[in-house]
Design a protein around this ligand. Structure first.
Ligand SMILES: Nc1ncnc2c1ncn2[C@@H]1O[C@H](COP(=O)(O)OP(=O)(O)OP(=O)(O)O)[C@@H](O)[C@H]1O
Ligand SMILES: [Mg+2]
Length: 260
């Protein structure tokens, strides 16, 4: 999940799409690749300094094949999710990996860490930081495809274009020649606002068939679930049914596009 514009919903989409896929029986891995650790926190994970846990940061720093095997931990949610969703957590420590960006081949370290460590998983979703720098580049080198997340708003649409241009220009240097842009998800859409409608039209003009259905509406219940670290269906707020349904439909699109 990429956009160097912050706050567009990358972390929420990673978590909610992952949960919708797990609900239909898939085994899902979520990688928190953002030192903010928002995805980890929303999945119920807390870093405990008294009992340090190995996180994605150490797995990448080791620069060895398969180190992610030691990192996966069940999401801290009820059993139906904990049995099918594993998290590679992150916290502020991950910032230290930026200092190693200049080391030869350092952009390949996540791919190496994942080698042989994702065989039991049907899907692995990587939540990137709001940046196109080293951590996101490592994610690009490790991934098969990119899902660009945007709002119907000019700054994030420009961010989405920048992601596409960046991949076009830099994929080769990142040893990611086969990296696909799988789609563009429009999130946090405010229905009934003419300006939002215009901006959504411009996303469709710019990205055509790459734009996934459905557009995810802005709903308080989605923000509440993130704030309370719970699965969406356990969150408080109105329009829960519609919110849950929108991620179910997004999971349909994901499955259709990934098996096409
Ligand atoms: N569809 C939505 N409806 C309501 N609130 C939303 C929606 N999507 C995201 N949010 C809220 O907006 C805020 C930003 O979302 P999120 O943290 O997922 O974005 P992000 O792109 O990961 O941010 P960052 O760039 O900082 O990593 C969060 O509080 C989140 O819960
Ligand atoms: Mg985020």
């Amino acid at each position: 999940m990429i956009n160097n514009r912050g706050g567009v919903g990358k972390s929420d989409l990673t978590l909610r799409l992952g949960a919708a896929l797990a609900k239909r029986g898939r085994k899902v891995g979520l990688i928190d690749f953002d030192p903010q650790g928002n995805l980890s926190r929303r999945a119920g994970w807390i870093y405990n300094e008294a009992e340090p846990q190995i996180t994605v940061s150490e797995a990448v720093q080791a620069d060895r094949v398969g180190t992610m095997r030691q990192v996966w931990t069940p999401v801290q949610w009820k059993a139906e999710y904990a049995q099918r969703m594993v998290l590679a957590p992150a916290w502020l420590e991950l910032e230290n990996r930026y200092a190693e960006a200049g080391l030869p081949g350092s952009h390949l370290r996540l791919a190496r860490a994942l080698q042989g460590a994702d065989e039991d998983l049907d899907d692995v979703l990587i939540d990137c930081p709001p940046s196109l720098f080293h951590l996101t580049q490592m994610a690009m080198s490790a991934a098969d495809g990119v899902l660009i997340v945007t709002r119907a708003e000019i700054d994030s649409i420009l961010g989405a274009k920048r992601v596409r241009t960046f991949i076009g220009e830099k994929a080769h240097a990142l040893h990611a020649d086969d990296l696909r842009i799988d789609g563009v998800v429009v999130n946090d859409y405010e229905q009934g606002k003419p300006r939002q409608r215009q901006q959504l039209a411009s996303v469709r003009r710019l990205f055509g068939d790459l734009v996934w259905e459905p557009v995810i509406a802005r709903r308080e219940v989605i923000a509440n679930a993130a704030n309370d670290f719970v699965p969406l269906e356990d969150a408080k707020g109105s329009q829960l049914t519609q919110a849950v349904a929108s991620f179910e439909l997004l999971a349909d699109t994901y499955e259709k596009r990934n098996t096409a």
